[in-house]
Design a protein around this ligand. Sequence first.
Ligand code: SF4
Length: 298
Amino acid sequence: MILDPYGFAGKPHKLMRQSIIGQWSVCPERVNLDRHHGGGWSEPRIVGTGYHAGLAHLYEHQHADPFPDHDAIAKAIEEAFMAEVALAKEAGCVVTWDKFGSMSMALQGAQLMAKYYVQSHRLPSEHFNVIGVEVPFWYPIGGGEWVAHGTIDLVLEDKRDGTHWLRDHKTAGRPWKKGKESARANVQPGWYLAFWPMLWSSVTGGEAPITRFAFDVMTYDLKFETRVADRNRAQIQRVFDVATEVAVALDDEAHIFVKNTSHFLCDERWCDHWNRCSFGAGFNNDPTPLQIPTRRPA
Ligand code: SF4
């Protein structure tokens, strides 16, 4: 399923994504550097992509018989995982496999997480209809100059009350901190919940459904939890306000992007731009001596 009533897919547009808005909240300079250099590849990203592909295969074949086909899921994971590895290589990006120990252990880790999800946490087909898997959407914002875009991992209809559930699969090295899904900390639910009901009703002609959002978080050592992240109107408005602020900054060639050195993600482990940003590695090692004027300028 694709939600694109205005025909934006595949055409050049200024796309606003939840990942850009989220990055902005961490450090505006990251958004600036991302657009010039792209984001990097990392072990968590590659493992997460593999895991997503496995769960996408699972829900696409929800009604297959026999089910679940673990070999097919493992194969889908391997293909997506290796495709990311190839892209990283092509981009000259060195991936350190320090979380799992090696590339093959990381692949096995992604496959094991998906297997555990299938066995213990799959949302049952007797309660849920799959509406869509990896559903992309496009919607004009900012007078049509920018286009809101996203891809929703999984959309389900609860057969018991008709609620639509937007589910996002996350992988993580450790359980999420308390409140990581909250409206103050996370823009993704607000971004998706803003668009799904109206896009659904404009594409299907049906009434806008009651829609809820949840993160399904799996850790590398197989601890799983679901964090429901509903949003009210003010919380959704805040996401739009930040998106507008980002768009205005990106459209302004003279804009000076704030470097947020005080965020815990401003760290060589978590910032793809650590070595090129003067407030990353260079922040402590700048060899240029401080020029202290000895006389007051006339
Ligand atoms: S190194 Fe720190 S200041 Fe520089 S882009 Fe990364 S997070 Fe921002």
